[in-house]
Design a protein. Sequence first.
Length: 118
Amino acid sequence: MPIVILGFFIFQKIKNQSISILWLISSSLFFYGWWNTKYLILIIISVLTNFALGLIIERTRSKVFLILGLLFNIALIGYFKYANFFVDNINLFIGANIHLNKVILPLAISFFTFQQIA
């Protein structure tokens, strides 16, 4: 962490805002990927999808893409937070034997998803 802060201030000192931001983003992704590389791909896809939808919304002012973005984010968080809950309850109430591998909640998925919705 101190290396990240030091790197940020060094890039700020040489007046390179783009490199400073890229440094922070790269460092954040590195630390997130350190926990589980599988979820690093998830966060990158989520961010890129929201960024692309944001550009389209800005250009077209279409509510369709806004709704698509909201649905994408709600589906993402819904799957990781509630998939096990729904499958377990369906199995309990109707006697089904639906098997779903336990879905592990990615680190800070609620935070980054709600930030992207905002």
